[in-house]
Design a protein around this ligand. Structure first.
Ligand code: F3S
Length: 106
């Protein structure tokens, strides 16, 4: 599967969802996740994200391993998103922030 990492939090640019051929993105209040049961590892979403939040599972950095489980868990709770929309209003203020996990809204 592919995994949405920390960088997405408080940004949610949503460029990724338009290109997904299997509609595997799920939308939370301030982050998207990928449903690992749906993702076919096509990788087309990777270059779409302006903050490089998406990586293949094997490329998840050590410091962000918890996002593998978090994507799987939240994908079961959040609704599907299939169309790109406006990013969060202050996305550009948060795009360079590090370690935003404490900002995640469920
Ligand atoms: Fe998030 Fe990047 Fe998609 S910021 S919503 S993973 S384009």
């Amino acid at each position: 599967t592919h995994v949405v990492l920390d960088s997405c939090i408080r940004c949610k640019y949503t460029d990724c969802v338009d290109v997904c051929p299997v509609d595997c993105f799920r939308e939370g209040p301030n982050m998207l996740v990928i449903d690992p049961d749906e993702c076919i590892d096509c990788a087309v979403c990777i270059p779409e994200c302006p903050v490089e939040a998406i990586v293949a599972e094997e490329d998840v950095p050590k410091s962000q391993q918890q996002f593998i489980e978090l994507n799987a868990e939240l994908a079961k709770e959040w609704p599907s998103i299939t169309r790109t929309k406006e990013p969060l209003p202050d996305a550009d203020d948060w795009k360079d922030a590090k370690s935003k996990l404490d900002q995640l809204q469920r």
